[in-house]
Design a protein around this ligand. Structure first.
Ligand SMILES: [Zn+2]
Length: 217
């Protein structure tokens, strides 16, 4: 029964993605597909990191030895082509659409990358009880976002951060995401578990089932 439910969730996500894709122009569809390939490659790099670190998830950010680093810098040794840090729909204003894919940076530019990591996978807030952020403890990995289009290296669906982090690069409404299990999708703010309108904070509400679901340790 559980597997059946999970299958329905995955099919539902695929249907939403397919709908959003068909609503896009052919150019936007091509950009979204390249973006999702990049996200899948980033998830692969993070998986290599997990393999070498007993399943521990790459930190969202760290200040180890007083050196500030985000997940993107930590994953550099696992990335062979740094163009995967950049979304082809997130490129300089005014550039001609069809030339954009050629404008993807070939050098790593620190925090100016196009993608953010789900902050709940490695929340470093000291006020909370420390958690073991291990990939094997993620329940329903097919539902939990790992990386996605973002204006910062972090994805945080909180009232204060969402307007900075969420980046609808695709057809002005949608973002691409890769989930913990490696599948990708295109989602709009409304389908991301953000129930309140991003411009109407008085009704802010989050369905956090896309953001964290930890097994009991
Ligand atoms: Zn993108």
């Amino acid at each position: 029964m559980q597997n059946y439910k999970e299958l329905l969730v995955v099919l539902g996500c695929l249907c939403v993605s397919a709908l959003l894709l068909t609503a896009m122009s052919p150019r936007d569809q091509a950009l979204a597909l390249t973006c999702q390939n990049h996200l899948r490659s980033l998830r692969d790099a993070a998986a290599l990191y997990e393999k070498e670190h007993d399943g521990n998830i790459v930190p969202v950010k760290t200040t180890l030895n007083k050196k500030y680093q985000t997940w993107a810098g930590i994953l550099l040794p696992y990335v062979s082509d740094v163009s995967i840090y950049y979304c082809p729909a997130d490129l300089p204003h005014g550039s001609k659409a069809l030339e954009r894919v050629d404008l993807i940076p070939t050098v790593y530019r620190g925090d100016t990358i196009s993608y953010g990591m789900n902050y709940f996978l490695g929340d470093v807030q000291k006020s909370r009880k420390p958690r073991n952020y291990n990939i094997n403890l993620v329940d329903t990995p097919e539902k939990i976002i790992f990386f996605g289009d973002s204006q910062t290296p972090f994805l945080r669906p909180t009232q204060a951060c969402w307007q900075l982090d969420f980046a609808p690069f695709h057809a002005k409404t949608s973002s691409c995401f890769v989930f913990v299990d490696g599948h990708t999708g295109i989602l709009s703010g409304a389908t991301l578990g953000i129930i309140g309108r991003p411009d109407g904070f008085e009704n802010w509400q989050i369905d956090d089932s896309s953001w964290h679901n930890w097994k009991k340790e």
